[in-house]
Design a protein around this ligand. Structure first.
Ligand code: 23J
Ligand code: MN
Length: 259
């Protein structure tokens, strides 16, 4: 029988000694952070802006520096809540302020599609990819975060990162499979949104948004450093800002990784 207090005290030792490493999976938010560009008929999300509230002015008795921030809820490394999509809008506790925090921490399964993405920028994650991964690493556990590694976060120039909406993502069958057959917690990607760049034209438009949120599950976009994670064995922590009725929020995603 697991002794939970012992598990946490072992965790504390692991963190202190570095045998458990905390890996940052987030990008820096700045006015240069690329933002998704939707077809012209839709409203666009603003990029990041910072406005000073005050600067250090010790002579004036002001020894602090702080800023006002402005950005869309879906900017940089960010969380997609079920309420973001029409298919998820009627679930209880479906927004960033009401999601059960127990659901924000869980095991990560990292599926490496970086070679395919390098060969074809529109490459899709399929059920066959998941089954091949499982043959090697075991079945994806219920409640897992499934992360699609593409090394897309290495595209540091905005034009290459957005790539005129030719970016990888999941197909609709793999979303159905991960929901119905594996009951995952959520799906994470390195690209600007959880769906492929061409997903508006798929058989189910935007399958990750439509199906994942339709199943009350989560998304994570613009993750980085997925190449520093093992295929299994890491624990993901993804806690969005507690925005009232938030459709999502920028966040710091970290992974606990055994070394
Ligand atoms: C709105 C419409 C389409 C998409 C998105 C948002 C996102 O990717 C997002 O950040 O949730 S594809
Ligand atoms: Mn989003």
């Amino acid at each position: 029988m697991m002794n939970s207090a012992q598990v946490l005290s072992d965790l504390a030792v692991g963190l202190a000694t570095g045998s458990i490493e905390v890996v940052d999976l987030s990008v820096t938010l700045s006015p240069e952070t690329p933002v998704i560009q939707l077809p012209d008929i839709f409203a666009q999300s603003p990029g990041v802006s910072f406005e000073p509230i005050s600067e250090y002015d010790p002579a004036g008795g002001n020894t602090w520096y702080w800023r006002t921030i402005r950005m869309g809820e879906h900017t940089g490394t960010h969380f997609d809540a079920p309420v973001h999509w029409a298919t998820g809008k009627d679930y209880a506790s479906n927004a960033t302020d009401t999601i059960d925090p127990q659901r924000l921490v869980g095991p990560a399964c990292v599926i490496d599609k970086s070679a395919d993405a390098a060969a074809n920028t529109d490459t899709l994650l399929t059920v066959d990819d998941v089954l091949a991964w499982e043959a090697q690493h075991g079945q994806i556990p219920k409640g897992a975060w499934v992360l699609m590694r593409t090394d897309w976060s290495k595209r540091t120039a905005a034009v290459d990162f957005l790539n005129d909406s030719h970016t990888p993502g999941p197909d609709s069958a793999v979303m159905r499979f991960l929901i119905a057959e594996r009951d995952i917690q959520g799906f994470g990607v390195e690209t600007v949104g959880t769906d492929a760049g061409q997903a508006a034209g798929f058989d189910v438009p935007f399958p990750c948004h439509t199906l994942m949120h339709g199943a009350n599950k989560f998304g994570l976009a613009s993750l980085a450093n997925l190449d520093r994670l093992p295929a299994t064995g890491a624990i993901l922590v993804a806690a969005p800002l507690k925005l009232k009725n938030g459709s999502g929020s920028p966040l710091r995603v970290v992974a606990l990784v055994p070394r």
